[in-house]
Write a new protein. Sequence first.
Length: 165
Amino acid sequence: MIRIRVTLFLLAFAAWVLLTWSVHLQNICVGLIVAVFVSFMTADLFVPRQQNRFQIFRYLWFLYYIPIFLWECLKANFDGAYRVIHPDVPLNPGIVKVKTALRSDTAITFLANTLSLKPGTMTVDVDKEKGCLYVHWVDVKTQDVDAATEIIVSKFEKILMRIFE
């Protein structure tokens, strides 16, 4: 676990330096504090099974996941903007239940956060034992669990399963 914390510390500090692009003493000190905080608060979220850490395909699937998420987020942003500009477009907000085959805490958390980052959806609750997420959806197209799962979750879940499971 200490190796994971050190790795996270180094990654967080490197990200801080690259994002601030400053080597002033103040920025370095704040970056060190933030990196220590991040590494201690999030180390338990990362792959607990050490044998899975060095599987290169997991990282390649993550690189594949990023543009898919960005595309879906961009489409959701345009849909949200269209709904604001054209108030005649009907809204049908509601909370729907979707199923997930993901089992690890990290994978479920990643899926819930992915859904919440897309405009128009927000994960309200997670029931890990039943494998369900309750998602607020700005335009509920169906109350059927399987159909809602296919529309909201399936494109992300298949990739996240290859990354985290």
